[in-house]
Design a protein around this ligand. Structure first.
Ligand SMILES: Cc1cc2nc3c(=O)[nH]c(=O)nc-3n(C[C@H](O)[C@H](O)[C@H](O)COP(=O)(O)OP(=O)(O)OC[C@H]3O[C@@H](n4cnc5c(N)ncnc54)[C@H](O)[C@@H]3O)c2cc1C
Length: 335
């Protein structure tokens, strides 16, 4: 059941050509017992979903655990709400389609985010004004250090902007199942500007889940590169948050700055900062910033993970020099 010397190129959306010393595919929950035993032979492990939020810098000298657990079911339904339970290895976008087809409201704005259900809580995925935390009910998983299955509900998840307790637990906690609470009553979140603009041509009675799903897919396809032909992991950096004093100073110098206010902080568009440093569409050997969105670093063919990391450091340094703002990667860097 353990494969040796496996090329990971097809298992990461950056398309980095690295090898895993050992590779295990988890297809059934019961196989965790076997997994526990074989892990005694490894110092290093990584849990892998769709590989759309990580950057392999080197060959991986340990065990890659590829999560293939599958299945979606409705576990509780009442008049207004429904709880949908999905195994962690399911494609996130398949889950969205399932909910759209069943008229379950809540995750349609998260259409077409690559990757698996199990990774969605790790960075609290978000798009078009919705985050996973908005619909999260509970999740189950296996703790290797505690040697037991654990359940987390919303009060123990520590969800924040692109973060959660699971990001901290790292590869010690394998998420096996995620339960979402969705609405059965018509309820949309249409505040996000580009979504609002795209829907403005429709009559309110024409707007339904299928239309939102279709429109978001179209917007995303027009803005983001297709990773099957141009390797990438979506946004490379998080949008930095700064305080009011720093913001006011910046705003004086750059009145066109792209930002939004979150409570008493200001979230600055990382894409705008990077673009202002001249990186949009810039190519550096095998690596570059996507021509339509500076926040997306792309692999033009045969880039190594370290080439991408070095390029990301150039961006980080340039933004720091120009704006005195520190960019943090959203992508998980695997050294
Ligand atoms: C074109 C593109 C667009 C994107 N757009 C968005 C977007 O709009 N919003 C957004 O939030 N993200 C976006 N992303 C990033 C990415 O799709 C999400 O972060 C996604 O949830 C990653 O899923 P994955 O299965 O590929 O995770 P992986 O990349 O395989 O893993 C990511 C992290 O989660 C851990 N992990 C994976 N599965 C499990 C598990 N079962 N248990 C415990 N830990 C686990 C891994 O160890 C790793 O640390 C985009 C990526 C791409 C390529």
């Amino acid at each position: 059941m353990i494969k040796k010397n496996v090329n990971l190129r097809q298992y990461n959306t950056f398309g980095i050509n690295v090898f895993a010393d050992s590779f295990f595919e988890l297809n059934q929950l019961e196989e965790i017992n076997y997994l526990k035993e074989i892990l005694k032979n490894y110092d290093k492990k990584i849990i892998l979903g769709g590989g759309s939020n990580l950057l392999f810098c080197n060959n991986f000298n340990g065990l890659v655990i590829k999560n293939n657990l599958s299945g979606i079911e409705i576990i509780n339904r009442n008049e207004g709400k429904v709880i949908v339970s999905a195994a962690a290895g399911e494609s996130w976008d398949n889950l969205v389609t399932f909910c759209v087809e069943n008229n379950f409201y809540g995750i349609e704005n998260l259409t077409a985010i690559p990757g698996t259900v199990g990774a969605a809580p790790v960075q609290n995925i978000g798009a078009y004004g919705v985050e996973l935390k908005d619909v999260f009910y509970s999740l189950e998983g296996f703790s290797f250090s505690k040697n037991s299955f654990l359940t987390f509900n919303i009060s123990t998840t520590e969800f924040g902007y692109r973060t959660s307790v699971f990001k901290k637990l790292k590869n010690d906690f394998l998420i096996t199942k995620v339960n979402l609470q969705l609405s059965r009553n018509k309820k949309f979140n249409l505040e996000y500007k580009s979504l609002k603009d795209a829907l403005s041509q429709y009559n309110i009675y024409e707007i339904d889940l299928k239309l939102i799903n279709k429109i978001i897919r179209e917007i995303r396809n027009s803005k983001l590169p297709d990773y099957t032909s141009l390797g990438n992991a979506g946004s490379f950096f998080k949008n930095p948050e700064i305080d009011e004093i720093t913001f006011n100073k910046l705003f004086r110098d750059y009145p066109d700055i792209s930002f939004f206010k979150v409570e008493n902080k200001y979230k600055i568009s990382a894409g705008w900062l990077i673009e202002k440093c001249g990186f949009k569409g810039k190519k550096d050997g095998n690596v570059g910033c996507y021509e339509k969105q500076a926040l997306v670093i792309v692999n033009y063919g045969n880039a190594t993970g370290n080439e991408i990391l070095n390029f990301s450091n150039k961006i980080k340094n340039a933004v720091y020099e120009k704006f005195n703002i520190n960019l943090e990667p959203e992508v998980n860097i695997i050294q």
